[in-house]
Design a binder for this molecule. Structure first.
Ligand SMILES: [Zn+2]
Length: 515
């Protein structure tokens, strides 16, 4: 009892969760010799790091990954089953953070957005409840879905970047008026600073010798006469996007007075540029090598800032990622990676179901890994379970397809513990939002509409294995190599804050405290 009381009076003033979007675990080990002392090395050599941490759901995408980090559970329970899913009731696509009742605040942004699609709460929500709303929760990213889903339902503010006007925006869900620090930040047009800037390599030559491809230098906005949407989209896919976000983070920490009193606050930051660049260039490119080396500098800069503003020993920093990425298909000869289009899969299903039931529009929507059949039409002609079985039999014969799961199989569950592919698909399956079939490609094969570059989403380690480290107040140096899931991040933060765990937590509390 005494231990708990003592610990309660000794909480960190601020917990900062730093996510690098699309950051494989092996980026740390591959580039470790080229890191400075103040970034990844400071966190890993001074804190507790988990070398075998995985996302335990499919698809390993941005929206599900960020929701898992904040909720401590899998898409089955937090409900964010993809970035975009299909609603069989309204026959419409649903974006993970869309909310027609909300409007953007602070800049131009055509969509209304909020965390209303989350089916459970987050560790930030629990901090808000524990402190009677005195502890603040702020979430920042270039990506709307990353900021909104980490912040949770009771966040003070989630802020993201708009490529419509280069402003950072929020939503009427949080506030009707942008805070002064955000208005002032936008007024300086900080995104325009990088117009026509050249992206060059910053690290030592040796670091880039680990890359297979490369095309430096890159001139930002070279096809634009002035900063426009095209330029803003390009900006996101360069290291300058992360630099821009770091500037916003500093202004937000000051403006919201985070970590300034003994009531703990929670700050989420997701650096998205790694993902945008990663899709274009792939994990074995000079460009991604450079993004990693620059991420090390970003982290170092952020830690120095927190030392100054919040004070060493007053904060805890959590480092992780929402998913990894596959090598670009065909770029590594021996891996035999290829691309299979969703249209090919749709065609195969249409053919098989037409053969059984006659002509019809049998597939309503397909987006990796989910395929939504026309359940209403099928119900008129026969048994939907039989149709799914027929579709599965046809799909498993497609070159590049590894496994197919039907809705019936995923409702039944009961997969053995060694069968990670099946378990991750099961964890990602929410009966109301997921499709009729889940299709998993062979390792190194991409399923979907990306015809250049690369993607992520599978249950393979290149997509699931991410860094996880806790650093700062009261956290000892330790390296843990046993398996852990990213569902453990939220309950462990709850433990550090002595707050309740988010409602649907399935993860374990990791041992990160000295006591
Ligand atoms: Zn991505």
């Amino acid at each position: 009892m005494l231990g708990i009381l003592v610990a309660t009076s000794n909480l960190p003033r601020l917990v900062v969760v730093v996510v690098f979007d699309q950051f494989r675990y092996d980026y740390i080990t591959r580039f470790y010799p080229y890191f400075g002392k103040g970034g990844f090395r400071r966190v890993i050599e001074g804190g507790t790091s988990f070398t075998n941490c995985h996302h335990t759901h499919v698809p390993t995408f941005t929206a599900p990954g960020h929701a898992t980090i904040s909720t401590g559970t899998v898409p089955k329970y937090h409900g964010i089953v993809a970035n975009l899913w299909y609603d069989q009731a309204t026959l419409k696509k649903v974006y993970a953070v869309s909310d027609p009742s909300a409007k953007a605040v602070g800049g131009k942004y055509r969509y209304g957005e909020s965390p209303r699609n989350l089916l459970t709460n987050t560790v930030g929500d629990e901090l808000r409840l524990k402190t009677n709303f005195r502890g603040k929760v702020v979430s920042l990213s270039l990506k709307d879905r990353a900021a909104i889903l980490m912040g949770g339902k009771l966040a003070n503010l989630a802020v993201w970047f708009s490529t419509e006007d280069g402003h950072f925006v929020t939503s009427t869900y949080y506030t009707d008026k942008a805070p002064k620090w955000l208005k002032d930040f936008n007024a300086k047009k900080p995104a325009n600073r990088y117009f026509h800037k050249e992206w060059r390599k910053v690290g030592p030559k040796d670091a880039y010798s680990l890359a297979i491809t490369g095309g430096f230098p890159h001139i930002l906005g070279k096809d634009s006469k002035e900063p426009d949407s095209k330029y803003y989209r390009e900006l996101k896919a360069t290291p300058f996007g992360n630099e821009l976000l770091l500037d916003l983070v500093k202004v937000a920490v000051k403006g919201e007075k985070l970590g300034k009193d003994t009531v703990p606050d929670l700050l989420f930051v997701s650096f998205s540029s790694n993902d945008y660049a990663g899709h274009i260039y792939g994990p074995y490119s000079e460009e991604v090598a450079d993004m990693v080396l620059r991420s090390d500098r970003i982290l170092s800069d952020l830690l120095n800032y927190l030392d100054k503003e919040v004070g060493k020993g007053n904060y805890v920093l959590v480092l992780t990622s929402d998913h990894g990425v596959a090598p670009v298909p065909g770029r590594v000869e021996g891996l035999k990676g290829k691309r299979v289009s969703l249209d090919t899969l749709k065609g195969v299903i249409e053919e098989a179901l037409t053969h059984r039931y006659g002509k019809g529009n049998w597939v309503l929507y397909a987006s990796f890994p989910w395929i939504y059949l026309n359940d209403t039409l099928i119900a008129k002609k026969g048994d939907p379970a039989e149709a799914r079985r027929i579709a599965k039999e046809a799909l498993v014969k497609v070159d590049g397809v590894m496994r197919v799961f039907t809705r019936e199989e995923l409702l039944r569950g009961g997969f053995p513990a060694w069968d990670r592919t099946a378990l991750y698909v099961y964890n990602g399956f929410n009966p109301e939002r997921s499709g009729d079939l889940a299709v998993i490609p062979k390792a190194f094969t991409l399923l979907g509409s990306h015809y250049t570059g690369t993607n992520h989403g599978t249950p393979y380690t290149y997509d699931t294995h991410v860094p996880l480290a806790f650093y700062g107040a009261g956290i000892p140096h330790r390296e843990v190599s046993s398996f852990c899931s990213t569902t453990s991040i939220a309950p462990t933060i709850a433990h550090i804050l002595r707050a309740e765990q988010p409602a649907s937590t399935v993860g374990e509390v990791l041992e990160v405290k000295g006591q």
